[in-house]
Write a protein that binds this ligand. Structure first.
Ligand code: KG4
Ligand code: ZN
Length: 342
């Protein structure tokens, strides 16, 4: 069978990224221009700045991805792009650029769901991993427990009812003075702290057992910090970071393992920025070992936003004959599992 080369583009949030992926599994390049330092001073992503930076960087990033792969546009079989969910202005930059590129080169255009991309990062890192498996997608914008029935076939078993896991990390990090982005900073600080120093709440939603809620936990940490400040106590930042992190990880692990058991899955995968959290990986590893489940997660650079994951997801769509027209638009709230055009 002929090898399929896909040039993939991702611009849904604050990373401008492009990658060349072969047959959905082999990454020839993975170029990421991160805007994190630009947004740090505002304590979070500023949508308009993100769009403007994507416009400035996208041409360079795409050319660099081809150059690093040792390929030219004429060697590609398709151009793939994230068309949702995400920030509309940011998505439009990638979508507009990909449409022009595909049209100019006479290549098919493959529309990719951002979360489907996160899940597919596992296919690049684990060559033998095949569906079905249970996937916990935990990022700055999403917390989904997903049944991956087949390539491109998903069923959402649980989702957050308020904040996403990464969002909770970012908000608590800001409150304890660690800054943005909070996830990696809490992860690092927690290594010096005692995870049992404080007992923060673990939310259970009775009628939707696999749903998540992190806003109560976030409020509990904020209330605790206020109380300590008012009573003149100095807060031990590593202890708060470790105790908060443990509360998040406990819920993520227990929901995922329970869902896998109930639905008869033996393989669990993690995806999204929070999947690089060391406590989550360790907690999930121990739980999977106990249950006899196999655990998969991408390398940290493929957990956070990148285009290689988009190229992997696009390959399986390409095989199914899914193509976008030049009327492809950005869909900021695109649901997972909806058939294209979403
Ligand atoms: O997947 P991603 O790059 O963007 C979205 O699609 O949202 O995820 C970014 C999120 C941020 O909230 C960041 O704080 C979190 O992932 N994150 C982490 C870690 N590394 C990144 N959270 C916890 N521990 C980490 N090590
Ligand atoms: Zn993402």
């Amino acid at each position: 069978m002929k090898d399929i080369y896909i040039l993939a583009i991702e611009s849904s949030c604050d990373e401008t990224a492009a990658s060349v992926v072969v047959n959905g599994r082999e990454m020839l390049s993975n170029v990421i221009s991160s805007q994190v330092p630009l947004h740090t001073i505002y304590g979070g992503v500023v949508p308009e700045i993100a769009s403007r930076k994507h416009i400035e960087k996208i041409d360079y990033v795409v050319n660099e991805a081809l150059k690093t792969a040792g390929k030219e546009l004429k060697d590609m079989d398709a151009v793939a792009v994230t068309y949702g969910p995400g920030l509309v202005g940011a998505l439009l930059v990638g979508v507009g650029y990909a449409k022009a590129l595909a049209f100019g080169a006479g290549l098919p255009l493959i529309p990719v769901h951002h979360i489907e991309g996160h899940i597919s990062a596992n296919f690049i890192c684990h060559n033998t991993l095949e569906p079905p498996f249970m996937c916990l997608v935990v990022s700055g914008g999403h917390t989904h427990l997903v049944e991956v029935k087949d390539y491109g076939e998903y069923k959402i078993l649980g989702r957050t009812q308020d904040d996403a896991a990464g969002e909770a990390f970012d908000k608590v990090a800001r409150a304890i003075g660690l800054g943005y982005p909070g996830g990696p900073k809490i992860d690092k600080a927690a290594k010096e702290g005692n995870p049992d120093a404080y007992l923060f709440p673990r939310a259970k939603i009775s009628d939707s057992p696999y749903d998540f809620s992190f806003s109560g936990l976030k409020s509990a940490v904020l209330n605790f910090l206020n109380k300590e400040e008012m009573t003149g106590h100095t807060v031990n930042v590593p202890d708060v970071a470790a105790s908060f992190q443990k509360a998040v990880v406990d819920v993520l692990v227990s929901h995922t393992v329970e869902a896998a058991k109930e639905h008869g899955f033996k393989k669990i995968a993690l995806a999204g920025g929070v999947a690089s959290n060391s406590a989550l990986r360790e907690g999930m590893r121990l739980a999977c070992e106990k249950e006899g489940f196999e655990l998969f997660y991408p390398t940290p650079i493929l957990c956070t936003d990148n285009a290689a994951m988009i190229g992997s997801a696009a390959f399986y769509e390409f095989r199914k004959g899914i193509r976008a027209g030049l009327d492809l638009n950005a869909v900021p709230n695109l649901p997972l599992g909806s058939a294209f055009p979403g």
